[in-house]
Design a protein around this ligand. Structure first.
Ligand code: FAD
Ligand code: SIN
Length: 510
């Protein structure tokens, strides 16, 4: 049994930011971060475009950013949350800069502001096309400086420990020793990120298996709006790989055009904003074009852009394409939509509290009300920064009683069981990804959703049984979580009766 005051599950922008703040506020309390891969592996690390923040008050305003967010969320945003998050942006940016994060400047020495789909102004603060990596580097440096923070990498949280709707900690698998550790904590934060690998074709790294949401669901926390899956319109088309390299929307903000194979700039047929319509609309239009033409991808044309500033702004994208033999000065980049982000998740209030006492959620695994039916580009890092600060303030302003932790928690039961056959896990995972792509993709219908539900319910029963009868295993637990997430997406898609933002369901007569 390991006792800690704050147990943080996940080491992306949400978990790390909260850790630094709470450790500074309570230097005598223990802060423990468990993370299932290397400490810097996360969706955060791959963020390209940047953070949407109003910094230029001459051209831009909070009101414009608020309106863009609400239009993009297609009427389902919580407007009080939108206002709270957007007006706090500059303070959170100042803090990141004080922690050492570097953002690109223009020739006048002020922040260079990029533009992305759905934004009426240039307001995306960035570090080349590697903003997430820079933010993660800066916050991790702060984490390492705090003596009361321990970071346990390759530690996978298996399940929350709850009693009477109160979270007491979590069971965590040490993947190096294969031992299950029991953590007892005063407060637990889920900061486990996204779900991309449920779909296989995704911009997310392999850690994105929805673990935190599945654990919260098993602990009876309220989960909302899982049907709002965001597909990014421009993942590099590569038929060989599952994980899809992102071509940032900021490339279209820089002037690139989407074209069909024949060169037609099709976005102008659908939306007056053309290539810079919000990404739900652009993804749906690409899907339509591909269904019409039977082609595998559309193209992003950068050939008319000035190469030097392009390479300066997007060095990673330029080099990635070059290594694949795509010379962006001459060749169009083949692109397709791929799963990118989950707008729903664990329901939290304005202080990050879930419906389970002492359990908080932050970042992509949470559902705050900011995004509604579709997230505005570059609002995700902002949301994680603002909510980690809100949770920290809530705990700092409501200090907990200084009494020893009650010992109500029982250790994980160890018993001798056979090892799982890894082929079972990899085969079922591939089947799940195919099922989700085919039956719960960009455009859905109730017939396919109901078929998917039937299959997922069977797999859910099967995997519970398999888990009970085999040695604890990280991949098996992830698969269990992925099936749970699949079911939540499918059920909430069946339940939703009107199309909004990133959710499109066609009516098909039997
Ligand atoms: P993550 O950064 O994903 O961190 C989750 C952490 O939880 C990881 O450390 C993971 O290992 C750990 N974890 C998961 N399950 C467990 C478990 N069971 N036990 C222990 N640890 C666990 N957003 C923007 O605002 N701007 C952008 O420009 C942008 N670009 C993006 C580009 C790409 C390619 C991708 C994939 C996303 C992008 N996003 C962007 C979205 C944004 O990066 C993420 O939504 C955000 O970083 C999520 O942060 P997080 O801390 O919630 O989760
Ligand atoms: C991108 O750079 O296109 C991703 C931005 C985001 O997901 O907010």
């Amino acid at each position: 049994m390991i006792q800690t005051n704050f147990l943080i599950i996940g080491s992306g922008v949400a978990g790390l930011t909260f850790a630094v703040k709470i450790a500074e506020q309570f230097p005598n309390k223990k802060v423990t971060i468990v993370t299932k891969a290397n400490e810097n592996e996360s969706n955060t690390k791959y963020a390209q475009g940047g953070i949407a923040i109003v910094t230029d008050k001459l051209e831009d305003s909070y009101q414009k950013h608020i309106e863009d967010t609400i239009i993009c969320g297609d009427g389902l945003c919580d407007e009080a949350v939108v206002e709270m998050v957007i007006t706090e942006g500059p303070k959170r940016l100042k803090e990141l800069i004080e922690w050492g994060a570097k953002f690109d400047k223009n020739n006048q020495g002020t922040l260079d502001l990029g533009k992305e789909g759905g934004h009426s102004e240039n307001r995306v603060v960035h570090h080349k096309d590697q903003t997430g990596q820079e933010i993660q580097r800066a916050i991790l440096t702060q984490v390492h400086r705090k003596e009361n923070i321990s970071v346990l990498d390759y530690h996978l949280a298996l399940d929350l420990i709850t009693e009477n709707n109160r979270c007491l900690g979590a069971y965590v698998l040490d993947q190096k020793t294969n031992e299950v550790l029991t953590f007892q904590s005063d407060f637990t934060l889920l900061a486990t990120g996204g779900i991309g690998h449920i779909y296989g074709h995704t911009t997310n790294p392999v850690i994105a298996t929805g673990d935190g949401i599945a654990m919260a669901h098993r602990a009876n926390a309220s989960i909302k709006e899982m049907e709002f899956i965001q597909f990014h319109p421009t993942a590099l088309y590569d038929s060989r790989t599952g994980t899809s390299f992102l071509i940032s929307e900021a490339v279209r903000g820089f002037g690139a055009h989407l074209r069909t194979k024949n060169g037609h700039q099709f976005m102008l047929d659908y939306d007056p904003r053309g290539d810079l319509a919000s990404r739900d609309i652009v993804s749906q239009c690409i899907d339509l074009e591909l269904k019409k033409s039977g082609e595998e991808c559309v193209y992003l044309d950068c050939t008319h852009l000035d190469l030097e500033p392009f390479v300066k702004h997007f060095p990673m994208i330029y080099n990635h394409c070059k290594n694949l033999g795509i010379d962006i000065a001459k060749d169009w980049i083949p692109v397709v939509p791929a799963q990118h982000y989950l707008c729903g998740g664990i329901e939290v209030d304005k202080t990050g509290r879930t419906s389970v006492e002492n359990l908080f959620a932050c970042g992509e695994c949470s559902r705050t009300g900011l995004h509604g039916a579709n997230r505005l580009a570059s609002n995700s890092l902002l949301e994680a920064l603002v909510y980690s600060d809100k949770i920290y303030h809530f705990l700092a302003e409501n200090p907990f009683e200084n009494k020893p932790l009650e010992s109500k928690v029982t250790d994980w039961k160890i018993s001798q069981k056979p090892k799982i056959n890894p082929d079972y896990v990899s085969n079922r995972k591939a089947e799940l990804q195919l099922l989700m792509r085919q039956n719960a993709g960009i455009v859905r219908n109730d017939i396919d959703l109901l078929k998917a539900k039937e299959t997922l319910v069977d797999w859910q029963k099967e995997i519970k049984n398999t888990i009970e009868n085999h040695q604890v295993n990280a991949e098996l637990y992830e698969l269990h979580n992925m099936i749970t997430i699949g079911l939540l997406i499918v059920q909430m898609s069946i339940d939703r009766n009107f199309n909004r933002g990133g959710f499109v369901k066609l009516r098909i007569e039997n």
